[in-house]
Design a protein around this ligand. Structure first.
Ligand SMILES: C=CC1=C(C)c2cc3[nH]c(cc4nc(cc5[nH]c(cc1n2)c(C)c5CCC(=O)O)C(CCC(=O)O)=C4C)c(C)c3C=C
Ligand SMILES: [Fe+2]
Ligand SMILES: [Fe+2]
Length: 310
């Protein structure tokens, strides 16, 4: 067995492989104090119980439409394997927040391998307390000060990363000026933003950077827009919603880029590619295309290499 001193751990949310795992995913998610920010853990547990009970069956129907599992696990496993082939001296692995492999299992594996230093890479381009902070806290708590830890900062400004996004945008359309480009970000409750979460600010900056890059390269979309998808529950979430945005483009062509995700998941494969596609069809949108995330591409592997300073 090869010996390593250093590990790179990719952190993400996870996703269900079965209906039981969907229950686990939702239960862990709504018991996360960074997601449901009520102070009392008992109250959180009770709210989580009722949300899971009311949401499980309808959410499962969505997963059934994409084959009964989230694509996030297989693609992340493939990225891990490719990175292990790329790096001679760093052991690459993953820890998920709401479904296995959990941080506790990952920490045990790293201890057994004699790893001393860990680099954590949250697979979220923009920072949010609900994603980045939650995953980092989870891993750091599980690691019990066992390793020297380094954290890779949010990378939405990284040029290589953004070049990869531009390449994907351009490869999906022949004439950019016929298409309205919508950057679709996962939504967030407004209350979390009002309490200081920088996610909206990072997303706005990211859209500005990509818009400038497109302009510099001479790619002129008919319009460039930002909208938020995946609202859950009755509270006010970030706006405009993707539904409202799509209504602006009746009888026109639309290209969607899922700007808050690195790896394709149920929100891209079901929500964007099936659910909103039907909405677009009803609105008589002439063409509706959804871009792929950077996933396990060579370009994203190179971005990671650069983020590690190599
Ligand atoms: C209060 C609820 C939620 C917040 C806040 C939230 C933030 C958030 N989530 C992602 C990325 C993903 N979310 C995914 C699924 C998902 N998210 C929520 C709720 C909140 N997310 C739920 C209930 C679900 C499950 C599906 C459903 O029932 O609608 C996924 C998909 C995972 C998969 O199964 O493939 C991702 C990825 C981000 C980036 C984010 C904040 C910025
Ligand atoms: Fe989510
Ligand atoms: Fe959703």
């Amino acid at each position: 067995m090869k010996e390593y001193k250093k590990a790179l751990v990719l952190l993400n949310m996870g996703g269900p492989r079965t209906k039981n795992e969907l229950k686990m995913f939702l239960t862990n998610m709504f018991n996360d104090k960074n997601i449901l920010t009520v102070k009392s853990s008992l109250l959180r547990r009770m709210i989580a119980f009722f949300i899971v009970k009311s949401r499980l069956d309808s959410a499962w129907q969505n997963y059934e439409e994409i084959g009964g599992f989230s694509p996030i696990n297989k693609i992340t496993e493939s990225l891990v394997e490719k990175l292990n082939n790329k790096f001679e001296d760093i052991y690459v692995t993953q820890a998920m927040r709401y479904t296995p492999p959990f941080a506790t299992t990952c920490v045990e594996e790293l201890k057994q391998k004699g790893i001393k230093e860990v680099i954590l890479l949250p697979l979220y381009p923009q920072y949010s307390t609900t994603t980045t902070k939650s995953s980092l806290e989870d891993f750091i708590e599980a690691s019990k000060e066992e390793f020297k830890i380094e954290v890779i900062e949010p990378f939405y400004k990284n040029e290589k990363f953004n070049e990869t996004i531009i390449k994907e945008l351009i490869s999906n359309v022949q004439n950019t000026n016929e298409y309205n480009l919508i950057f679709s970000a996962h939504g967030l409750p407004q209350k979390i933003v009002d309490n200081g979460d920088v996610y909206e600010q990072h997303v706005n900056e990211h859209v500005k950077i990509l818009s400038n890059m497109l302009e510099q390269k001479g790619y002129n979309f008919k319009s460039i827009n930002l909208a938020y998808q995946s609202k859950v529950g009755p509270l006010k979430w970030l706006e405009p919603s993707l539904e409202t945005m799509l209504e602006k483009f009746k009888n026109q062509k639309v290209l969607i880029y899922p700007i808050a995700f690195i790896i394709d998941n149920s929100e891209t494969d079901f929500e964007l590619s099936i659910e909103y596609k039907e909405v677009a069809h009803k609105l008589n949108i002439q063409d509706y295309k959804v871009c792929k995330c950077v996933n396990d591409s060579d370009e994203f592997q190179d971005t990671i290499k650069q983020l590690l300073g190599r």
